[in-house]
Every structure is written in C-alpha cells, then in structure tokens.
Design a protein around this ligand. Sequence first.
Ligand SMILES: Cc1cc2nc3c(=O)[nH]c(=O)nc-3n(C[C@H](O)[C@H](O)[C@H](O)COP(=O)(O)OP(=O)(O)OC[C@H]3O[C@@H](n4cnc5c(N)ncnc54)[C@H](O)[C@@H]3O)c2cc1C
Length: 458
Amino acid sequence: MPRTFDAIIVGAGQAGPALAGRLTGLGKTVAIIERHLVGGTCVNTGCKPTKTLVASAYAARLAQRGAEYGVGTGPLSIDMPVVAARAQKVIMDSRKGNEDWLGSMPGLTLIRGHARFTGPRQIEVNGETLEAPQVFINVGGRARIPDFPGIDEVDYLTNSTIIPLQAVPGHLVVVGGSYIGLEFAQMYRRFGAKVTVVEMGPRLVGREDEDVSAEIQAFLEAEGVEVRTGACCITLGKHPQGVQVGVDCTEGAPEVVGTHVLLAVGRVPNTDDLGLDKAGVAMDEHGYIVVDDHLKTTADGVWAMGDCNGKGAFTHTAWNDYEIVAANLLDGEERKVSDRIPGYALYVDPPLGRVGMTEAQARRSGRPLLVSKRMMTRVGRAVEKGETWGFMKMVADAETKKILGAAILGTGGDEAIHGILDMMNADASIGTLQWAVPIHPTVSELIPTIVGDLKPAD
Ligand SMILES: Cc1cc2nc3c(=O)[nH]c(=O)nc-3n(C[C@H](O)[C@H](O)[C@H](O)COP(=O)(O)OP(=O)(O)OC[C@H]3O[C@@H](n4cnc5c(N)ncnc54)[C@H](O)[C@@H]3O)c2cc1C
C-alpha cells in the first residue's frame, strides 16, 4: 500500500519549504523529499556562498587600493582556508536554519532520497511508494557539463566544487563569460590568481546591452583579468601545468594553459531522472518542465516551481513561484507568472542591477522610446567612494510614459535598481518621481535625474 499524504513536494530548495510551511499551517500532511542538501543550490553552492566569497574579494580589493584612500595596509595576503571557512559558515547556518524550519512544521515528513514518479501523483523514494492528490516539483538545476573534446581527460571545477577551494589557483581559466563565470573570475583575480575568461560569444554577458558588456570587460581587464571572446571550438586537454584550453579564437594564441579550469557554461534542470513520462508531465526540448501561467504542469494535480520550469533562474523567481502557487491554490487569488517584472543582479564589482527590458530589447519592440544614460563619474556617491566605473541607464515608452527597463552598473547598483523596480511594479509613470526628495548622497538620488534626462531615442 502506498503511503499517502495531502501533498508531496520534490526538492527542498527555495520554493518547496515555503509551500510546505503554508500547507502544514493549514493542517495538511506533507512529504518533502530531498536527495542532497536542504536549501538547494542557493544555500549550498549558489547565491549565499558566492556572495560571501565576493565580500572577501571586495575586502581584498579595497586593501589593494588602500593607499588611494590614504590607508596603509601593509603587504596583502589571502588566507584561503579562512575565506572558505567564512563561506562554509554561511552555508551551514543557512542550511541548519532551513532544516530547523522544516522540523518545526507539524504534519511535515522530510524524506532523504531521490524521488522518481512511478505514475500520476505517485512517487517512489528509497523503495517506498508515496501518493498524494497534489504534487509540487521543485528540483532545481545543476551546472551544465558541455561535451567539449577532451573533457573526460581533465579535472574541472564547477560552481559546486570551486566553493570549498583551500588554495588560490595559479591560473584559473573560466570557461563561460556570463553571470556565474564572471563573479568567480573577478573574485579569484582579487585573491591573487591569474585569470582568463574564455567566452564563445563575441562579448561577455551577451544577453545584456553592448555598452554593459563593454564596461564590464573594461573594468575586469583593468584588474588584470584576461578576456578571450569568440572562442568557437573549445577543447580541453591535460598539460604539465594543469590544463590546456583550446580556444581557437579569431585573435590571439589558440590555447590558454592554466592550473585549473572552471566550467560556467549554463545550467540544466534536474528533470532527466525524475520519471516525468510516467506522470504525464511534459518537458520542453531543453528538459524544462512545461507549465502554464499558474505553474500547473501538463498533468492534473502536479505543479512545477523554481529553476526546473525555465521561467526564472533566480532565488527570488523560485520564491515568487511559491507565492503564485500559494495565492492561486490557497488564497483564492489569481496571480500569474506573466505579471512578474524580471529583475536581477550580477555581482561583479561594481554590480549590475537590472530590471525589465534591455535597451536592445526595447528597440526591437519597435515602439517609440525615451532613453537616458548617466556615467557613474557624474554620480556624487560613486565619486566620494572612489568607485566610478559604470553607468545608469533607463529606457521608457515615449507614448505611455512607462518605464520599460533599466540598468544600474555601478557601486550600489544591486540595491539602487529597486527604486526603479518598485516604480515598475507600481505601474507608475515617469512623472511620478518629479516631486520625490531622494536622500543625498546616494546612487538612488540620481534616479529622478535620469528620468528627467530621458530623450527620444535616435
Ligand atoms: C554559482 C551560483 C550563484 C548564484 N547566485 C544567485 C544570486 O546571487 N541570486 C539569485 O537570485 N540566484 C542565484 N543563483 C541561482 C539560484 O541559486 C537558483 O535560482 C535557486 O537556487 C533555484 O531554486 P530552486 O528551488 O528552483 O532549486 P534548488 O535550489 O536547486 O533546489 C532544488 C533541490 O531539489 C533537490 N532535488 C533535485 N532532484 C531531486 C529528486 N529527484 N529527488 C529529491 N530531491 C531532488 C536538489 O538536491 C535541491 O536541493 C545562483 C546560482 C549559482 C549556481
């Protein structure tokens, strides 16, 4: 006889535990199944440890620049075991917090093991069959391992294995010049490694506007990160110094030799070994679970939340998926994924805060546009902090006067972008800010100014 619950949640990442809290709060019995670490990617190998490491790298950078501020810091040294221990503490505290939270939910059963569907709303784990009228999939994703020639011959790092490193690599080759790769590239350069970023596309972070890519490349190069773009046929091979990465770029040497190589070429959803076919849950050609605007899958009584549905790739989008499912199922509200205004940050230093469309996307939409851009050299707060790389940019619809998107690439950009994100969520027109009195000196105080500077796009 299968063990029955009111609901089964597969994966204890960012959406599952929160939903478990709501369901058990209503007196329902819930099984949550986790095959590895409670907290999932964000807690154990993603946001939390990487941002902790980024903070150490920032401290190193400030120490390197100490003399510019009139501060003598002596010879710089990096104690990697301490750096790694700091990240490990953040991981462990957060994981334990999540485990304690789950443990406090009455009616919740946490089952450790790999879950697989064996039929509609029927799941097998550790040889036992579970059933529930409602199943929520929250299985997340993992680093994509590309089939580069020679990949089986070399030891490579991923976001999971690089986090506990106890020593700074001599020369780290980062394959993938996008969000994850660039955070590690700058961080390890600041820890003292020689770093080369190898990117297949013609520019870094190719989904962003060209001026954003160019500025990020410029400040990375200014710190000594080497960037090789247009690396079309990447190969890997053993080398006496470690690893040889064939880059076949249009310019420069055809190979880069490093001591370590990090693969940061995207993510794949953890849906390949989930028995989705047995449950009638459809996937797209990339393995993402097909969901509607309410996150329902193609099978009755089955929902998919977080990275595995391909609708978002962030902790806040996974969390918002939980909110959407809970609102629709438990609160009698109607909330949709398509109402979500996309916002995110790239935690290079200075960070990139982003919301809505890029300028290129807005131009492609064909509507009449207003655009404005201000360099961080003209933002008082950035000048005072001695952190003047970057710019802030906004694009608005010339007819509706609504903001379409913005980028703040500059000191505090990850925080300041929320001034614009909140305006977009409030569906406010650009004139709304006219009488706001922002705090001086901040990066955010320039938001009304860039609104005032909006001009018709050429
Ligand atoms: C290096 C890195 C840095 C990042 N930085 C940020 C950031 O700064 N900000 C941000 O918003 N996002 C960041 N992200 C993305 C963020 O981590 C993810 O978007 C988020 O964790 C997705 O949450 P999730 O709940 O969908 O899945 P996950 O957190 O991946 O959780 C899924 C869980 O399901 C479990 N599981 C999978 N399959 C099964 C199965 N068959 N049976 C049982 N359990 C299973 C897994 O073990 C895992 O614990 C980063 C990601 C990486 C890799």
